[in-house]
Unconditional design. Structure first.
Length: 320
């Protein structure tokens, strides 16, 4: 029993009539709804907004599949609140498969990563061993919704010939599970940096705004917006880097991709390279490419750019 008035220690009690008159708050021993608050305390139960915990790390042995963690408004950025998944990927929070992290409305719950300014490699842009992603999604049914994901950075492992092939360097905002992903719903992803997938790697984005992220300028960098995964009703704008905005998506549907600052010679807003990748009802104002693709349908490609997606790679419903 947790005594909400603080005049008795927490513990097991027989509730007498005298205690009832004094006022005793009874809480369940287990809940599927948990609460976190930047002003909370990890010694709290986390069962109510009034008894919220403070750090994501305090949930590590608490939550199970089916649970939801509710975030109060505020910024979650404590330097000592860092989790690591089984493969060593550091993040402010590693969300287990089947668990949902839900922010307050309008993105006022900010999950902030961290850069490592000690990294001296040219073009690393704050990526290094002490850097922190915003979120790692632990499985296909891990979810984060209604949050702002801000300032996530990755490590920079390898050398100039291998940076692009090491997933330690991918997914500054969100890092998902290859071929499984996880869900990011109604979130803003901004100011994140990685070699590839600065905003997102192998996640499914739903009604998100992917704004102002950057891929590094070390060799092979790219996909400032998204590297693998899918997106529905998502806006990509203001993302910068040497190559591509969205790279090898399984599906883009109902998305808008515009005013991203990438070089326009030999690189693209969207690049597809096999028949499992599709583009539907999506607007691209920069050049796009498809050496191979599944369905390309009902899309609009800005006519003032040289496009290498040609009409013979679409179903005839696209506008160029």
């Amino acid at each position: 029993m947790t005594n909400g008035f603080g005049d008795l220690p927490d513990g097991a009690y027989v509730v007498t009539s005298e205690m009832a008159q004094r006022g005793v708050l009874l809480e369940a021993f287990y809940t599927s709804d948990w609460y976190l608050d930047p002003a909370g305390d990890d010694g709290n139960s986390g069962f109510t907004p009034q008894s919220a915990k403070r750090h994501f790390a305090a949930m590590a042995d608490k939550w199970v599949a089916g649970d939801t963690l509710h975030l109060a408004a505020g910024t979650y950025a404590d330097a000592d609140d860092v989790s690591t998944d089984a493969d060593g990927h550091r993040a402010r929070v590693v969300i287990p498969d089947g668990v949902t992290v839900c922010g307050a409305s309008d993105g006022v719950s900010v999950i902030a990563g961290a850069s490592d300014i000690s990294q001296t490699i040219e073009g690393a842009d704050g990526c290094g061993p002490a850097a922190v992603r915003c979120v790692v999604l632990g499985g296909a049914n891990a979810r984060v919704r209604n949050c702002t994901l801000f300032n996530g950075h990755t490590d920079l492992v390898g050398d100039n010939s291998t940076y692009k092939n090491n997933n330690a360097n991918w997914g500054g905002g969100v890092f998902g599970v290859k071929n499984a992903g996880g869900w990011v719903e109604n979130c803003v992803i901004t100011n994140c940096v990685a070699v590839r997938g600065a905003a997102s790697y192998w996640a499914t984005l739903v009604k998100c705004r992917v704004v102002g992220n950057a891929s590094t300028t070390v060799d092979g960098s790219g996909a400032a917006g998204m590297f693998y995964g899918s997106a529905y009703g998502t806006v990509f704008t203001g993302n910068v880097g040497p190559n591509w905005t969205v790279m090898y998506p399984t599906l883009l549907s109902g998305c808008s991709i515009f005013k991203n600052n990438i070089p326009l010679s030999g690189t693209y807003d969207v690049i597809l390279n096999n028949a499992s990748q599709s583009l539907v009802s999506t607007l691209c104002d920069g050049p796009s490419a498809a050496s191979a693709a599944g369905l390309i349908s009902h899309c609009a490609f800005a006519s003032d750019w040289k496009n290498v997606i040609s009409a013979d790679k679409t179903d005839g419903t696209c506008v160029f």
